[in-house]
Design a protein around this ligand. Sequence first.
Ligand SMILES: [Zn+2]
Length: 344
Amino acid sequence: MRATLMYAAGDVRVETVPDARLIEPTDALVRVYRAAICGSDLWPYRSMEPDETGHRMGHEFMGVVEAVGADVRSLHVGVPVVAPFLWSDGTCVFCREGLHTSCLHGGRYGFDRVDGGQGEAVRVPQADGTLVALPAAIDDAAMPSLLTLTDVMATGHHAALAAGVGPGKSVGVVGDGAVGLCGVIAARRLGAEQVILLGRHPDRIALGIVFGVTDVVSERGEEAVERVRELTGGLGVHAALECVGYKESTLTALSITRPGGAVGRVGVPQEETIPAATRAFFDNVTIAGGPAPARAYIEELLPDVLEGTIEPGRVFDRAVPLEEVPDGYRAMNDREAIKVMIEP
Ligand SMILES: [Zn+2]
């Protein structure tokens, strides 16, 4: 089968690899219908040290169950499924608490003989705990939004929950990438009244406004902080969603948050330390967040997607066949595309 591998920064190839197949009795084999390139795939795209064997890529995919192991109970051949970006057993203490990202028996795609999602098929371990079955007949038009449940929409929702977004709250979203834009959807869905998007790209801002942004701040640094204060009666926002991960963006998120507010962090931190920690302490600002337990959120968000109440799939502004995935990486890295969908 064909699948995507990364060999070094800027070096992505689609190659023939051994066919995905069942290994453990708890596995399912999923034929991939749609996959996506994630903003986090761009970190190695910019910095990966050369690796002769290459690394299998992709953790956002949906498809159809093609085979199941002997111990799989909840799925059968032919069922359409969506896969959260990590696999998990669904039964350990953390999964039962809804924190599937800390599953005691879970893991990542593309490691330990588990296929990456950017290919024709994937062996999904712990299939009962991992995969979420979809209704039998799925309209093609619903695919992009369903695909966002694997990662970006779940991550935006996680940021909003971690930041304590609720009815009547003011929210600042730091970062206008796909996760930030999904954070806008999540904030509005949870009842936020004012949603301020901090971003500079016209195409992303336009989409943010469609999703419910009330104010746009395109300044940077201290000027951006001042602007947000002006927009919030001099106080700052109740909730800041940090959707980037850089020191600068984290500092901005903390600086726009009012005393007693909270920052929901979902951008993978590129620094070991949290800036402005002292001020956050004296302002009683909660700093929460981490990787989103997408498996826990898919069932919650799925009805809204199927009913069309939310349309996070609009973050996909480009689709490529599998063979053109390398150009998809380039387009996202060059900011030519917000997010790229793969149609194997
Ligand atoms: Zn678990």
